[in-house]
Design a protein around this ligand. Structure first.
Ligand code: GLV
Ligand code: MN
Ligand code: MN
Length: 426
């Protein structure tokens, strides 16, 4: 396929994306200390309004569903064909960077802008999508918007999932102007979406080490998110002898070290486990704690490994707590299946890279993405662009604009290819 977009066009395009990335970084609850944008906060809403304006500028047909997923549609010529989607998320982890998610949202909109500006009208509709939160920051579970879309989030879940302030997702949604009671209407099914492509920063070091500016994903490691509460007995730190304590803090420490050991000793390169949050109650230096809450986030590309990890963890916690006289509550908030990219979509992405003479690497994603959810209802592929020094989920997160431009090129070409393909089995 000919490159229908001149270099000048791409130059304008990358400059535009740079400005948009910087503009979005202003919607931030921790200015001067990375970007923090938590779902259903003022900053999150401002970012969504900004992006809806971008969609509006290029004449996309905009809709928003009951949970807050936003869709911008460019109509194709054949309404009988299923649409091709592309997009990502706008929420950002505490003190994170300005590229995670944002590159995929802006990249999708920019791709649609270029296709429209070139006067091309593909057969299938093209849809730029902003998922209503991918990060687990507020409710302890990732991919809320895409999870709802594939029917993997129930009204009961909305009522059970609570934020740090004890507010349920259901109530927070209502207060933010969304309609949790219409959750079933968000759901889409297999066959309704022709294909989904997500452009994202790599968030790891592989591409930089191998001096490749594009990664094409063949598999995504999936998370298991656990909230563990350990309950002991609050007592005086000076007057209580060591053998008379029920202290949940050393119990938590034992669990944490066991989890780390398990992940380190596992043979798969994609097995990782992280305790990213520890809350000690009441949290005073001269008080033996009453309770400790920890989060455990483990990932793997192997479902068998994930199952094994969960059952080993349950046994370990039971063993440690029985020995120490500690009560516990282990909640599995997410236990997602690792997913493979669709060979046909990967093939189209590879073709695009070859036509554009861009070198690429086929790789697995250690981070999860909305594409992991979308995989259940649509053939998917992902395009990665390098992260400087492999850093992400931190304010040092950086991706050179030149790489983002290459990613958008590959995305645009691939979207066009897919949108003009009538039969994916051809
Ligand atoms: C997504 O941000 C992840 O934690 O992989
Ligand atoms: Mn992230
Ligand atoms: Mn992300």
């Amino acid at each position: 396929m000919q490159n229908k977009f001149g270099e000048r066009n791409f130059l304008d395009s990358t400059e535009r994306i740079q400005k948009q990335i910087d503009d979005l970084a202003e919607f931030n609850s921790t200015p001067g200390n990375g970007v923090t944008r938590v779902v259903y906060t003022q900053e999150d809403q401002q970012a969504k309004t900004y992006v809806k304006e971008l969609m509006n500028d290029i004449g996309l047909e905009i809709t928003e569903d009951a949970i807050g997923n936003i869709y911008g549609r460019f109509k194709g010529t054949d309404p009988t064909l299923s649409p091709i989607w592309s997009g990502s998320h706008l929420d950002a982890v505490p003190n994170g960077g300005k590229f995670d998610g944002v590159v995929g949202v802006l990249g999708a909109i920019e791709a649609l802008r270029m296709i429209k500006d070139s006067g091309l009208r593909p057969k299938r509709d093209l849809v730029a999508v902003i998922f209503a939160s991918e990060e687990p920051t507020r409710f302890g579970i990732g991919c809320l918007g895409s999870r709802a879309l594939i029917g993997d989030l129930t009204e009961k879940d909305l009522k059970t999932l609570k934020d740090q302030g004890g507010q349920s997702l259901y109530d927070v949604m209502r207060q933010s102007g969304y309609s949790p009671e219409y959750l079933p209407e968000v759901v889409m099914h297999l066959g309704e979406i022709g294909a989904f492509i997500e452009l994202h920063i790599e968030q790891g070091i592989v591409l930089e080490r191998e001096r490749k500016c594009i990664g094409l994903i063949h598999a995504i490691a999936a998370p298991t998110d656990i909230a563990l509460t350990l309950e002991g007995e609050q007592q005086h730190a000076g007057a209580t002898p060591m053998n008379l304590r029920k202290d949940p803090v050393p119990a938590a420490a034992e669990v944490i070290l066991t989890v780390e050991k398990w992940a380190k000793e596992n043979t798969s390169a994609h097995t990782v486990a992280t305790v990213g949050r520890i809350d000690v109650q009441p949290g005073s230096s001269n008080v033996i704690a009453d309770s400790v809450q920890i989060t455990i986030d483990s990932r793997d590309v192997s479902w068998e490994n994930k199952e094994l990890f969960l059952s080993e963890l349950r046994k370990t916690v039971e063993h440690i707590c029985t020995r120490r006289g500690i009560k516990y509550d282990l909640k599995v908030k997410a236990h997602d299946k690792p997913m493979q990219a669709h060979p046909f979509v990967v093939q189209k992405l590879e073709e695009s890279c070859s036509e554009l003479m861009i070198d690429y690497k086929l790789m697995a994603s250690g981070a999860y993405h909305d594409a992991l959810m979308m995989a259940k209802i649509a053939p998917f592929g992902m395009i990665f662009v390098p992260s400087k020094n492999g850093i992400s989920h931190d304010k040092r997160e950086w991706t050179d604009l030149e790489y983002i431009g290459e990613g958008v090129k590959v995305l645009t070409h691939s979207l066009l290819k897919l949108a003009n393909t009538t039969n994916f089995n051809d």
